[in-house]
Design a protein around this ligand. Structure first.
Ligand SMILES: Nc1ncnc2c1ncn2[C@@H]1O[C@H](COP(=O)(O)OP(=O)(O)OP(=O)(O)O)[C@@H](O)[C@H]1O
Ligand SMILES: [Mg+2]
Length: 164
């Protein structure tokens, strides 16, 4: 598809579920901008925005995806998408529980910017239960998150834990 898409999220931290979506999105779109939301309602974050930019950049370079870039934005997603001349917003659906919220956001975004389509990809089966929040909870309780997040994220989680 000759179009640019924005994949927005908080990525705190990046998971293999996110990366799977990025890889598949990069095959569909000409260019994919992974955009970290700065004014998240989810507070406080574990990793700072610059740390998340680094994690994403490392993981994307590691996969050799040269049509994917990383950006940050605050405010309205559709405003950012319009500024970037993006035709689509990419989102992932893991379970029925995602659907309700995602539908609500997609319809509001369409109302705000009818020229920007929201495109949904279904989660990879093996990552369909994964969320950043679950990763943080399991890691904090001493469980292994090996295979669920990229190696760069494991190193950063460990470095963070060692400082405590
Ligand atoms: N495992 C996954 N598979 C497919 N899509 C996913 C997965 N995890 C997140 N996504 C999608 O990525 C986008 C950004 O999600 P977000 O940054 O909220 O990640 P999250 O893992 O849900 O984090 P949190 O637990 O903090 O909400 C959303 O569209 C979300 O549905
Ligand atoms: Mg989420």
């Amino acid at each position: 598809m000759r179009a640019k898409a924005i994949y927005p999220g908080s990525f705190d931290p990046l998971t293999n579920g996110h990366l799977d979506l990025i890889e598949r999105g990069a095959k569909i779109f000409d260019h994919l901008v992974v955009a970290i939301l700065q004014n998240s309602e989810k507070a406080p974050p574990l990793f700072s925005v610059p740390e998340r930019v680094e994690m994403l950049t490392e993981a994307i370079e590691g996969l050799g995806l040269d049509n994917v870039s990383v950006a940050t934005f605050r405010g309205l997603l559709v405003e950012f998408a319009t500024q970037q001349h993006a035709r689509a917003i990419l989102r992932g659906i893991r379970a029925i529980s995602d659907y309700e919220y995602e539908l609500q956001m997609a319809l509001m975004n369409r109302r705000l910017a009818p020229g920007v389509e929201t495109v949904f990809l279904m989660s990879a089966e093996k990552y369909s239960y994964l969320s950043s929040r679950l990763i943080k909870n399991v890691f904090e309780l001493g469980g292994s998150v090996e295979g669920l997040v990229p190696q760069t994220v494991i190193h950063r989680l460990e470095a963070r834990a060692a400082k405590r």
